[in-house]
Each structure stands twice: as C-alpha cells, then as structure tokens.
Design a protein around this ligand. Structure first.
Ligand code: PEP
Ligand code: MG
Length: 325
C-alpha cells in the first residue's frame, strides 16, 4: 500500500470534475514532519504545540520553545505550517500544571481560557513563535475560542509582542496571520462577529462534535452513538462553510473527521476544500479525491440537508454514490 500511495505523492489532489482539494497534515511532533516528503501534503494545517509541554517534566523555557518552532519551520521549508497556541487541559494533561480537580475538564479551565488567565505563559509562547519565525511569514491558530472577545484579547497579546520585538530591533514576520478555531458551539452563532476579525478559521471537529452532541469524545460508549456526519452536525458544519465563504476566509477542517474517507467525502460535499489529517490518511484520501465526481454528490447532499427529510442517512446516501462511481 505504501508504494501505491507514494506513486500518488506528486499528483495534485483534484477531483475528476476539477475541484481542487488541499490536503494537510496534523502534527505535534517535529519527528513526523519529514513525512511531508512521502505524503506530498501541501503543508501542516495543525501543529499541536502542547505536545512539547505534555512530554516535558517542567515548563519548557523560551529558548526550548524557540528551538522547537524553528526546527519545525526549517523542516517544512517553503510549505505553510499553522502553529496552534497551547491547548492544555481537557484530554491533554500537563501533570506539572495541574490545578484544582475539575468535574468536567473538557469544559473547564483549559486552552485559551487558561492562556488568557496566565498571560505570562501566552506571552512567552507568542514571543517564541515570533522569534523562531525570524522575519518569515507566521500563522498562529487560537484554540477553544468561546467568544469573539477572547480572540480579540489573544490578538492584542500577539500585537504587543510584535511591537516589543520591533522596538528591540528584531525582525518581525513579513506576514502574520491569526486564525480562530471553531470548536465551541456558541461560536456558531457569532460567526458574523468572529469572521471579520480573523485571518483564517479552522474547525476542530473532535471538540465541536463532542460539545454539539454532549458526548465525551474519549468515551466510545457514548461517542459512537452519534454519527458526526448525521444531518444536524453536517448542517452546523455547513453553516461555517457558508460564513467563511461570505467573508472570504480560508477554512480548514482539522479534526479527525477529515482523515476518514466517508467523513471526508461528506465534508467535501458541503463545500470544504481544505482538509488536515494524520499523515497516514493522506494517501487514502487523495486516492478517493482523484476518483471523484464531486458536483453531483454536492447537489445530492445539499438537497438532503435542505429537505427537512430527517429520515435521510447521509452515510447511506454517500455510500450509494461511492458504489456508483
Ligand atoms: C479538534 O478538537 O478537533 C482538534 C483539531 O483539536 P484537538 O483534537 O487537539 O482538540
Ligand atoms: Mg480541540
């Protein structure tokens, strides 16, 4: 199989009917970045910076953070890489940072909430990213945004660090883009506030589906009961697609959905064209894209979503299309 997918490496991911799909890696370890050369992915859509914090025994210092980010940028070379700010808490435990025991850590003091309450931590990370970029373009993604005002606060921290660097006579990124993760349901109803303030957006389907269905992503007993591509979830995702299009922002799906064939097909059917996934999924997804006539599937899924015909199983509908093509 590996040789089979390797043969697809240099072929752009374009459907038979000419729709371009951008395939990207999810990563968090510098060690797996060289896999970009094997998969032919266009870049890294999500670099989970908390990994460095999770495997360390104490808080990584500024110099250690700079070193890791600079190494990551060196390995990806000219390809884009999106660094996500620390997403600590929930399922991502950093033992030396444990505070009070929480009854619902997924909905607790985590991620951006923690970062905004501990501005020193956030400032250090932003400083490390800016210094590692050393003048090159930089993309930063803000996780677990619940309200636009939090995203605004994060942008303020970044702007202050840029200014600080500039005053110190250091190089600042020639282009700095700040994106927001859509993974808290409330934000779905605030996209008209969020979109004008963001440079790009990414959907975190793992958390978004968990919160939409009130089913713990780490508890298969409940998580398996709710199909993430059933009508209600797909309608929520399509709402983000339409909003991003209206505001002209690039939208990437970076949750695990994007790396599973039927789920990826559902995402493409509602108009998503940028999919970020674990590196081993790139080959199979690209192969599917290359054999796909997407337009008729889009029409069919759009009709099902509009219909109000709640008996429809999107999974079955897509299954029929896959057999036909
Ligand atoms: C997500 O929530 O889908 C996501 C991409 O982030 P993580 O899995 O790291 O929470
Ligand atoms: Mg998440």
């Amino acid at each position: 199989r590996r040789a089979h997918y390797l043969a697809l490496r240099d072929r752009p991911a374009v459907t038979r009917d000419g729709i371009e799909i951008t395939l990207l890696h999810n990563s968090g370890l510098v060690a797996d970045l060289p896999m970009l050369n094997d998969t032919g992915a266009v870049g890294v859509g999500l670099f989970r910076t908390e990994l460095q914090f999770m495997i360390a025994s104490k808080l990584p210092r500024l110099s250690e953070q700079i070193e890791l980010y600079a190494e990551a940028m060196r390995i990806v070379g000219d390809k884009p890489i999106v660094f996500r700010l620390l997403d600590i808490g929930g399922d991502k435990v950093v033992p030396y940072m444990r505070s009070a025991v929480e009854e619902n850590p997924a909905m607790g003091w985590r991620s951006l909430r923690l970062a905004l309450d501990r501005p020193g931590l956030l400032r250090t990370q932003v400083r490390a990213l800016l210094m590692a970029a050393n003048g090159r373009p930089l993309k930063i993604l803000v996780p677990m945004v619940t309200e636009t005002s939090e995203f605004r606060q994060a942008r303020l921290v970044v702007a202050k660090e840029v200014e600080r660097l500039r005053r110190a006579g250091e190089k600042v990124p020639e282009k700095l883009e700040l994106g927001a993760m859509v993974e808290v349901p409330s934000l779905l109803f605030e996209l008209d506030q969020l979109m004008p303030e963001a440079d790009f957006v990414s959907i975190g389907s793992n958390d978004l589906v968990q919160f939409l269905t009130a089913a713990d992503r780490a508890n298969p007993r409940v998580a398996r009961s709710y199909d993430p591509i059933a009508l209600p979830r797909l309608r929520a995702l399509r709402h983000v697609v339409e909003s991003a299009r209206r505001y002209g922002l690039p939208l990437t799906m970076c949750g695990e959905l994007a790396g599973k064939p039927m789920e990826a097909l559902a995402l493409m059917a509602i108009g998503m064209t940028r999919l970020s996934m674990g590196p081993p999924s790139i080959g199979p997804i690209k192969e599917m894209v290359l054999g796909l006539d997407l337009e008729p599937i889009r029409r069919s899924v759009s009709a099902a979503l509009l219909d109000g015909s709640d008996g429809v199983s999107i999974r079955e509908l897509l299954g029929e299309w896959v057999e036909r093509q």
